[in-house]
Design a protein around this ligand. Structure first.
Ligand code: SAM
Length: 264
């Protein structure tokens, strides 16, 4: 257990996967240091316009589990909006930053360091909503892992709860139509984000920073309908899709796809 000024991190070190494409392990300290600059919290807030807050209020959510907390953008924002938030992440470095950002904005939340694959062992009770945002889920490369993790998210929900999960628009990216308006999610102006490689199994993003530093993140380029099928097969009753926060969207013109899946 690591104690911090803003709260405590339940440190489940050793639960991190040693798989070749370890999602959390890609967040090396030098990238974590740059993450908030990539996001630009103020511009990201402008882009989202309380979309997630409204979505969670619509289903009457109170207790929310942010399973890919990262540096805490949504954990902090949802806590500010009055939700009872638990932040979880497989990267201890990211989670520490989330707790520090909580402190900066005067928000405290429980923080759990765990890989999604072992989530059930570390959470206390069930939640009204699970959010997995910022194109985090594509860090899972094996279909068996995607199914197992969605089952963990499903189990973490109360009846009537909602899973809100997003990803970059890989339908477009796999057609070599990567575009980033810069208005959503990753709004910082300093870094240049490009697709260094994409095929049906792997997408490698390249982040070039003005000081000459370069980072890569590798993810599985999941398609919108592929994820919808997995959500339905997991047991979710209804799934609603959004493109860049809008229920009416053009799959070729959206930066991010958001799925809201309800458990009955
Ligand atoms: N949600 C944050 C945001 O939008 O800024 C962070 C998004 S970042 C793209 C992905 C996050 O997912 C990282 O913090 C990473 O550590 C976490 N992650 C990736 N794979 C994971 C896994 N298997 N278990 C737990 N966390 C994981």
């Amino acid at each position: 257990m690591v104690k911090t000024a803003a709260g405590s991190i339940q440190d489940t070190a050793g639960t991190r996967s040693a798989l070749p494409h370890d999602g959390a392990g890609q967040y090396v300290p030098t990238l974590v240091d740059r993450w908030d600059g990539l996001i630009d919290w103020d511009r990201r807030r402008e882009g989202e316009q309380d979309f997630f807050v409204e979505l969670l209020k619509e289903v009457g959510a109170h207790r929310v589990l942010d399973v890919a907390a990262g540096t805490g953008f949504h954990s902090v924002g949802l806590a500010e909006a009055g939700f009872d938030v638990t932040a979880a992440d497989g990267s201890l470095e990211m989670l520490r930053r989330a707790v520090a950002n909580g402190e900066k904005y005067g928000r405290r939340f429980e923080a759990i360091h765990t890989d999604w694959r072992t989530l059930a062992q570390h959470i206390d009770g069930r939640y009204d909503a699970v959010v997995c945002l910022g194109s985090s889920f594509p860090h899972l490369f094996a279909e068996a892992d995607r199914r197992a993790v969605l089952a963990q998210f499903y189990e973490a929900l109360n009846p009537g709860g909602v899973l809100v999960l997003d990803h970059r628009n890989f339908d477009a990216i796999r057609m070599h139509r990567y575009r980033s308006s810069g208005n959503f999610y990753y709004c910082g102006k300093d870094a240049r984000v490009s697709v260094a490689h994409v095929d049906d199994e792997l997408c490698r993003f390249q982040y070039d920073f003005p000081d000459g530093a370069t980072h890569h993140l590798e993810v599985y380029p999941i398609l919108k309908d592929e994820l919808n099928s997995l959500l339905t097969q997991t047991g979710f009753d209804t799934v609603q899709d959004f493109g860049d926060f809008s229920a009416e969207f053009d799959i070729h013109e959206s930066d991010f796809i958001i799925h809201a899946a309800r458990k009955s």
